[in-house]
Design a protein around this ligand. Structure first.
Ligand code: IMP
Length: 527
């Protein structure tokens, strides 16, 4: 049945992803040809349709970096001070730069100990030296990890001037020779110069001797390693951040984050409020460059209100998260499939993408969310289980587990997130629980597995790209049916005496042999 007819027939029912099944379409292309480029906000596209939930057991800088390198984007949570959130955002942005516009610099009087501290705390081992230590002072030289040893205490007290390679011995590039017709640095040419120089870094210096930019070999290598990374115009990784809908706090955070992050999300479990609308208007007025996401909402009215206030994306979901008790506490929410479908209808009229947030437990749910018209999905539990999520693993019954908690759980609210639930008073009924999730390894291993499942689904549906899929959603030709309880049971593995647990195997492309995750050779098909 066509998707519009289906939801018309099921009006008044709250359906979840599991209630639906998609019907296959005609296929005339290979799985590899499926393009997952997706729309996150009015102005930002991602290379994969996945963003992380701003939760304190999911999204900090490490996860945001790992996810952006795969082509998605992380949203930093706000259970931390605005300063710490700002530092994390800068870490993500600076992780991979095409051009380092504001390099970390030191004056010649700095000590080697200071250099070692920067290397340890911020990870930079090549530091330009300028006459006054400012990023655009007169270029005097370069200090790298080859100019000292951390094992030799005698170096620590020496100054940078004692150890640096001075400007006349450093290969530099002339800024004026590298600008394109539009007055911007020509990055392709600059990178060619870097390769020609055989150096780890190339300072780009104006004729007047002033340091302008720095480009480095390690950034170039990262581009080669992660060609799908989600980057901004300067090749910095995309990053988002959550901000509370409490105006004083929101203003304070935006003052720090406003010029660094690409997207902010006003993070509240009920986004259809006068506070949220006022803040969206305020943010769009004061930070016109910033993309602003509103939510969480589940109704068409709420979407329209947020969009008319200026929202660039709408986060949809209430009561569907794996750790969520909102529906049980207040009897409020909506089945996630119905919520996404209804909100997409309201948002599509204004060209605003929907972020389907919560309730995604497997790749099939992502395929269904996209088929209902969502631009991206926001994941909590499916990312809390990765190495890069905050927290350490614990072992229970031989299984590696990570802690995962709702932002409305007692422990998370005690650390700041009570405002997400409008709970500033002393008596609070939690709307979330704490638990654990089993390890899925590194983001770089897990996300490709999840996406391969999504590609396989889209391929069987006959969609080459999400753009093609959305055209079909718009003209109502995506075909969907409701699953009976018997159909759900039939759709899972059934009637076997025992079941193997392996759901993923990797085939090495070169020799077509099959390997498991640890690289051991296996026999069988890719499942
Ligand atoms: P999951 O991907 O199903 O684990 O859901 C994650 C989503 O649940 C988040 O993005 C939030 O929208 C929502 N959420 C986070 N914490 C809580 C909570 O404590 N109660 C209710 N919903 C929550």
């Amino acid at each position: 049945m066509h998707i519009d007819d289906f939801f018309e027939q099921h009006a008044g029912q709250s359906l979840s992803y599991d209630d639906l099944i998609l019907l296959p379409g005609f296929v005339d292309f290979s799985i590899d040809a499926v393009d997952l480029t997706s729309r996150l906000t009015r102005e930002i596209s991602l290379n994969i349709p996945i963003v992380s939930s701003p939760m304190d057991t999911v999204s900090e800088a490490d996860l945001a970096i790992a996810l952006a390198l795969q082509g998605g984007m992380g949203f930093l949570h706000y259970n931390m001070s605005p300063e710490d959130q700002g530092k994390q955002a800068v870490r993500v942005k600076r992780y991979q730069n095409g051009v380092i516009f504001e390099p970390i610099t030191l004056p010649p009087t700095a000590t080697i100990e200071e250099v070692i501290t920067i290397r340890r705390e911020q990870g930079y081992s090549t530091i330009p030296i300028t006459h006054d230590g400012s990023p655009h002072g007169r270029f005097l030289g370069l200090i790298t990890k080859y100019d000292y040893s951390t094992f030799t205490p005698a170096y620590k007290g020496q100054t940078v001037a004692d150890r640096m390679m001075s400007a006349e011995h450093v290969t530099t590039a002339n800024f004026e020779e590298l600008v394109d017709a539009g007055g911007e640095l020509d990055l392709v040419q600059a990178n060619e110069r870097l390769l020609d120089s055989h150096s780890a870094a190339l300072p780009i210096v104006e004729r007047s001797g002033v340091l302008r930019y720095l480009i480095t070999r390690s950034d170039l290598d990262k581009h080669e390693q992660y060609p799908n990374a989600a980057v901004d115009r300067s090749q910095g990784l995309l990053v988002g951040a959550a901000v509370e809908t409490w105006s004083e706090k929101a203003h304070e955070r935006l003052e720090i984050l406003g010029d660094t992050v690409d997207v902010i999300v006003f993070d509240t479990s009920q986004g259809h409020t006068s506070y949220a609308l006022d803040l969206i208007r305020w943010a769009k007025r004061h930070y016109p460059e910033l993309q602003v996401m509103g939510g969480n909402v589940v109704t068409e009215d709420a979407c329209e209100a947020l969009i008319s206030a200026g929202a660039d994306a709408i986060r949809v979901g209430m009561g569907s998260g794996s750790i969520c008790t909102t529906q049980e506490v207040g009897g409020i929410g909506r089945g996630q499939a119905t919520a996404v479908y209804a909100c997409v209808r309201a948002c599509a009229r204004a060209g605003v993408p929907v972020v389907a947030d919560g309730g995604i437990a497997k790749s099939a749910d992502i395929v269904k969310a996209l088929s209902l018209g969502a631009g991206t999905v926001m994941l909590g539990s499916l990312l809390a289980c990765t190495d890069e999520a905050p927290g350490r693993y614990q072992i229970k019954d031989g299984i590696r587990l990570k802690r995962y908690r709702g932002m409305g759980s007692v422990a998370a609210m005690a650390e700041g997130s009570a405002s997400r639930y409008g709970l500033q008073q002393s008596l609070r009924v939690p709307e979330g629980v704490e638990g654990t999730v089993p390890s899925r390894g590194r983001v770089a291993e897990w996300i490709p597995c999840l996406l391969q499942g999504v590609r396989q689904g889209l391929h069987k549906l006959g969609h080459r790209s999400l753009e093609q899929l959305y055209d079909r959603v718009k003209n109502g030709t995506v075909q969907v049916e409701k699953r009976s309880e018997a159909a759900k049971a039939e759709g899972r593995v059934h009637d076997l005496y025992s079941v193997g647990t392996e759901r993923v195997e990797y085939i090495s492309r070169s020799d077509n042999s099959v390997h498991d995750k640890s690289g051991r050779e296996r026999h069988g098909a890719l499942v």
